[in-house]
Design a protein. Structure first.
Ligand SMILES: [Mn+2]
Length: 347
């Protein structure tokens, strides 16, 4: 098991030299951020990214993420061209020796929060999700001003997307995911790349858009679609945690037994009433995820993939990218390293 850390490339305000100073962190989780969704990631650019990381005595362990073009999710006739490009990007990743690819299949929006700086009693701030507040939003009538989103869609485009996805629904979205996986997983396998889908965050439908990677059953269904070690999962405890009906440890254990967990996002959340939640520090007792039990399962199953601290709070006056400051994520990495050592030595 390797402990990794997400880095947003040369534009990241946190340099690799700082990440290197976090004891226990050896892996970098990154991506190329200036390639439009759907285009091929050239081998040369992947090598450049890899080499820039290796020069700082770290290694590029995970690509998070190569975005899946919206036409693939919508199952449009144009999807085949984008799928071909995706296959080529995976081949190029494999040539550069990058073993893991995290991706997601969320329509239109990636992770969604209603507040990026909720105050906690200790004076730190964190990301939170108020179920009622998000439910009230009518995307058709108001501009995109919720934090965390790109504003790359006009009102007309958003309306068109909402209409299309309303027609697609969950059943067809699964079919579109299946079509994608059947086309790309064999290429990933040939290329020595293990794909790892990231669950939907939050794990339920928002704005009437279908969302399908939401809990234990959907993760099992996903890995069954193509029976290959290259068709796996990013087990994100913070994305799955808001699903109050899900037994995280039972699901993780089952997926580990099938050898389908390649990447783990370890963070904690505190559930509030009615589907609302906020992100806490990493420690078990601050939230609803038992981080010890998650780590125990990983150690017991000789997990060979990568884990990383996920979003952190903003602490010690740090500002910057919401969820991706240095300090609290570094504390998270140390906590994970401590849990790991204690469990390994306690054996
Ligand atoms: Mn995550």
């Amino acid at each position: 098991m390797e402990i990794g850390f997400r880095w947003y490339g040369k534009e990241d305000t946190i340099p690799l030299q700082y990440i290197r100073q976090i004891p226990s962190v050896t892996g970098i989780v990154s991506a190329i951020y200036d390639i439009p969704a759907g285009d091929i990631w050239p081998a040369e650019k992947i090598r450049e990214l890899r080499d820039s990381i290796e020069r700082e005595n770290l290694r590029l362990s995970v690509i998070e993420s190569i975005p899946v073009h919206e036409d693939i999710k919508m199952g449009k006739p144009t999807r085949d061209r984008y799928i071909d490009n995706y296959r080529e990007s995976i081949r190029n990743m494999g040539k550069a020796g990058i073993p893991y690819l995290c991706y997601n299949f969320m329509p239109v929006f990636d992770w969604t929060r209603s507040n990026l700086s909720m105050s906690l009693p200790d004076g730190s701030t964190t990301l939170s999700y108020d179920f009622g507040e998000v439910e009230k939003i009518n995307l058709r009538e108001q501009a995109l001003d919720l934090p965390g989103w790109g504003t790359k869609y006009t009102k007309e485009e958003i309306n068109r997307l909402l209409d299309t996805y309303a027609e697609i629904g969950e059943v067809q979205l699964w079919k579109n995911l299946e079509y994608f996986l059947k086309a790309v997983v064999p290429v990933a396998e040939e290329s020595g790349v293990k794909m790892a889908i990231h669950p939907d965050d939050p794990p339920w439908s928002i704005f009437g858009l279908p969302r399908i990677i939401t809990g234990a059953e959907s993760l099992e269904k996903l890995v069954s679609i193509v029976d290959s070690p290259s068709n796996g999962v990013t087990f994100c405890t913070g994305s799955l945690g808001p699903n109050a009906t899900m037994d995280l440890t039972a699901s993780l254990e089952s997926l580990l037994e099938r050898k389908r967990v390649h990447f783990v996002h370890m963070r904690n959340i505190k559930r509030l009433d009615n589907g609302s939640f906020y992100e806490t520090g990493h420690l078990s007792h601050t939230g609803d995820v038992d981080m010890y039990r998650i780590m125990k399962l990983l150690v017991d199953h000789h997990f060979e993939g990568v884990i990383r601290p996920d979003h952190g709070r903003n602490i010690w006056g740090e500002t910057g990218k919401p969820g991706y400051g240095l300090y609290d994520r570094a504390l998270g990495a140390m906590y994970l390293a401590g849990l790991k050592e204690a469990i390994e030595k306690g054996k």
